[in-house]
Structure formats: C-alpha cells, structure tokens
Write a protein that binds this ligand. Structure first.
Ligand SMILES: [Fe+2]
Length: 216
C-alpha cells in the first residue's frame, strides 16, 4: 500500500537557530553562519545604526544588504542584551504592541520590538522594503505565499510553505516576498524587526479568497 500523497504545501518546516532569506517566488534559503563573535566592547545600538548606514551606502542590492545586516543583528542582540527586554506586554485588543527602538525625523528605516499574543494572525502582506525579523521569544508560524496571476486575477496568490520559527531564528525578506504571521503556543511572540525604506505604492495586503491586493 502506498502512503497517501502529502501536499508539500501542508507540511510545516520546523526551523531553529538559522538565518533565512525569503524571495518573491516563495523560495526559502538558509544562509550564513549563526556564530558571531561577541565584540570586545559592547556593540551598542548607535554603533549598530552607524554600521547599518555604512552597509546600505556600500551595498546597493537588497540581497547583499540582508546578508551583511543579519550578522550585525545577531551581534547586537547578543551584546546589547537589554534590548531583548524592550517590548511592551501586548493588550488583548489589538493583540500586539510595537516599541520603536529608534526614531528620527525623516529617518527612513524602522527598528522596533514587536510582541504578539497567540490567536492574532497578521494579514497576508509584503513589505516593499527589505526586512529582518529576529525571533527572541515564543514561537511563530510564517506562511509564505507567492503571486500566481491569471488574466482575470492579476493579484492572485497561492500558499507555498509554512515555517515554524523559534528563538534564535532570523528570517529576512526581499521587498516583494509575501508572508503572513501567526504566534503559536501560550506566550507572546517577541521579535526584533528591522525594515528598510518602504516604497508604499508597492506595499500590499492580499486576499486569497477574492484574489485582490490593496495598498496599506
Ligand atoms: Fe511582515
């Protein structure tokens, strides 16, 4: 007797302590090393931000940026451990909270700690910016989608994979990668999120039932 065929789309990929890069076609690639040297002096947020600016100046392509930024994020989170506590307990409504770690007038990047209560799935969206998300606490399911347009439905999408992310995982997204996020378990999911400059006209929420996409 042959085993029933299992649809690859229904399997969840369990991960742990890895760096991931997700592209628009839904491809998930593990990259780089998670081993980073603890810096001799504390790697403070302001040095991280200066390094980040230097990387962005020196690296025009988003993939190269994500590969260069990810080890710095690991270093920051190891060295400036206090950051891991810089989240707000999310209220039941809306079920999530955001704490901006740095803001400045017309500064185009976003650095934040986000906490989500289980039972609050996000909409399906892309970021229209490169994105780095480091899981610090809890567990989250990332569902990865891709565009499969047809003449009638140019914004049609399909589910590609589910990834279960754990503390120590860093997932990075190209600007047109599409995902939705759902906290799992009983504890809030805590993550350090870093986003590049957003091109708002290219940022969408997708509806897989109506095959539509709307700017948000
Ligand atoms: Fe997202």
């Amino acid at each position: 007797m042959t085993a029933p065929a299992v649809d690859a789309q229904d399997k969840s990929e369990m991960t742990g302590n890895q760096n991931w890069l997700v592209t628009a076609d839904g491809n998930r690639q593990s990259f780089g090393s998670v081993e980073v040297d603890e810096p001799e002096r504390i790697y403070r947020m302001y040095r991280f931000l200066t390094d980040l600016e230097d990387i962005l100046d020196a690296t025009p392509d988003d993939r190269g940026r994500l590969e260069a930024i990810t080890p710095r994020v690991r270093q920051l989170l190891i060295s400036s451990y206090w950051l891991q506590m810089e989240f707000h307990q999310p209220p039941v409504d809306p079920g999530w909270s955001v704490n901006f770690l740095y803001r400045e007038h017309e500064w185009p990047l976003t650095v934040q700690m986000v906490a989500w209560l289980p039972g609050n799935p996000s909409p399906i969206h892309n970021h229209a910016a490169w994105a780095v998300v480091a899981i610090i606490g809890g567990q989250e399911k990332n569902t990865i989608w891709r565009r499969v347009p047809d003449p009638e439905h140019p914004d049609r999408i399909e589910k590609v994979a589910e990834m279960i992310l754990n503390p120590g995982d860093i997932i990075t997204f190209m600007p047109d990668a599409i995902h939705s996020v759902e906290p799992l378990g009983d504890e809030p999911t805590i993550s350090f999120n870093l986003y590049g400059k957003t091109t708002f006209k290219d940022r969408y929420e997708f509806d897989p039932e109506t095959h539509t996409a709307n700017n948000f």
